[in-house]
Write a protein that binds this ligand. Structure first.
Ligand SMILES: *[C@@H]1O[C@H](CO)[C@@H](O)[C@H](O)[C@H]1NC(C)=O
Ligand SMILES: *[C@@H]1O[C@H](CO)[C@@H](O)[C@H](O)[C@H]1NC(C)=O
Ligand SMILES: *[C@@H]1O[C@H](CO)[C@@H](O)[C@H](O)[C@H]1NC(C)=O
Ligand SMILES: *[C@@H]1O[C@H](CO)[C@@H](O)[C@H](O)[C@H]1NC(C)=O
Length: 388
């Protein structure tokens, strides 16, 4: 399937509509989030009492610790902790995946998926077979539909996640990512799809803009409630790293092997970043103006702060990733183009992002394991401020 020569998209009007719709959903989500937060706090209080009884610890200092933990932007809000188990044996991500299969019940009568998927296996070994072919990969993932979309065959899930992968010709990396990520996500019982945003015309790699394109194209296809922006060279190493969205935007790749499984620096926001569509619009997406520059972290951090949001991060034990060799990545061969003087972010973020996105969709191909969105991003939106 192809859609050729779509016009450059200014889509200001649609953006407003989408925004209104999402904001309403967002409010509902927020209320739900607040309830959950209260519930969580109650549980923590109960926990604190038990803790106090058993260990004679001071409850107020425990509470102060909790409250402190919540007030600073960029603080870590761990996901549901399911027990740290670094000693667990590592599993192949494909082990027993064939246990997931269709059941003899019509779709509308399927039960809801359990809160915790029974297929979660914890730590994973990253194992890519030698001489892997696309045919073998398709064979290993029989339940994935054209375009790289998947729904659990045996239950209804609440989670709808789009995975957006900016791409610049790293074919080997992409193959390895697809091989590993499909079973990883199927184990989590998500409804998901993988969108590869393929930059052509040999302009310099622009991750922020490709992310924006991927968001927009994915949202036009499905009502995703969570978008994971995923570098092509990162493979998750723990299945408890759930690809669902939090009540805050999340930096997910917190522990990469190349950086000794910790943040290379405190403000690091690269790799894998996840947020709800309503949050995406609130930060006005990602900057379109960073050509070949990996220095988007400060920009993204400022967007979160200026739009009044916290950053969430998974536990270091769960947010573990293997980074594929950079030598294979052609995007690193090019010299970055200095964005020039961009002006302070406070004046810029509301004009550079989702609302100033211009691109041409050259083709959209539904491949067996992904949707290939080939775009020319050298065009700018009509009426949008031209980056200096
Ligand atoms: C896979 O299946 C085998 C046999 O059914 C079982 O012993 C093993 O624990 C399973 N492993 C996982 C990860 O579910
Ligand atoms: C992979 O291909 C190489 C070269 O074609 C061959 O020498 C090697 O035996 C193959 N490996 C496997 C596991 O098939
Ligand atoms: C980009 O590439 C496409 C297809 O090769 C071509 O039609 C288009 O004119 C190119 N755009 C620019 C700005 O070079
Ligand atoms: C995506 O589609 C374009 C246009 O057909 C093609 O040139 C490119 O190789 C494809 N990329 C991938 C990763 O499939």
């Amino acid at each position: 399937m192809r859609r050729r020569g779509s016009v450059a998209k200014a889509h200001a009007f649609c953006l407003v509509e989408l925004k209104a719709e999402l904001e309403m959903k967002g409010r509902m989500e927020q209320q739900r989030g607040l309830l959950l937060l209260l519930l969580g706090l109650q549980l923590l209080l109960m926990g604190a009492f038990l803790y106090k009884n058993h260990h004679h610890h001071d409850l107020t200092s425990f509470l102060r610790f909790l409250i402190q933990d919540k007030t600073e932007v960029g603080q870590e809000l761990p996901f549901v902790v399911q027990g740290s188990s670094p000693g667990l044996p590592q599993q192949d991500v494909y082990s027993n995946i064939s246990q997931i299969h269709h059941v003899d019940i019509s779709r509308e009568n399927l039960p809801n998926c359990p809160i915790i998927s029974p297929y979660l296996s914890g730590p994973l070994k990253v194992m890519i077979p030698e001489n892997l072919t696309m045919e073998q990969m398709v064979e290993k993932n029989p339940l994935v539909k054209l375009g790289g979309q998947y729904q659990p065959p045996d239950c209804w899930t609440q989670h709808h996640t789009a995975v957006v992968v900016p791409y610049y010709g790293q074919a080997k990396h992409l193959q390895h990512l697809l091989y590993h990520l499909h079973p990883f996500l199927q184990r989590q019982q998500l409804h998901y799809a993988i969108y590869v945003v393929n930059q052509v015309n040999n302009t310099i790699f622009n991750r922020g803009k490709l992310r924006n394109v991927g968001f927009w194209e994915a949202m036009q296809e499905e009502d995703w409630d969570c978008v994971f922006f995923h570098d092509v060279n990162l493979l998750p190493e723990d299945n408890r790293n759930l690809y669902i969205c939090d009540i805050f935007p999340a930096h997910v790749s917190v522990a990469i092997d190349k950086f000794n499984y910790k943040l290379p620096y405190r403000g690091y926001l690269g790799g894998v970043f996840a947020l709800r569509p309503v949050h995406y619009l609130r930060i006005n997406g990602f900057p379109n103006t960073y050509w070949g520059w990996d220095r988007e972290d400060d920009d993204i951090a400022a967007r979160l702060k200026l739009s009044g949001m916290f950053l969430s991060r998974p536990h270091l034990l769960f947010g573990r990733y293997h980074m594929l060799e950079e030598g294979l990545d052609p995007s690193h061969k090019q010299s970055p183009e200095s964005p020039g003087f961009l002006g302070p972010i406070q004046h810029r973020w509301q004009h550079d992002g989702a609302n100033s996105l211009g691109y041409r969709l050259l083709s959209k191909e539904l491949q067996p394991l992904y949707t290939n969105l080939t775009v020319d991003i050298s065009v700018s939106a009509p009426g949008a401020p031209v980056p200096s």
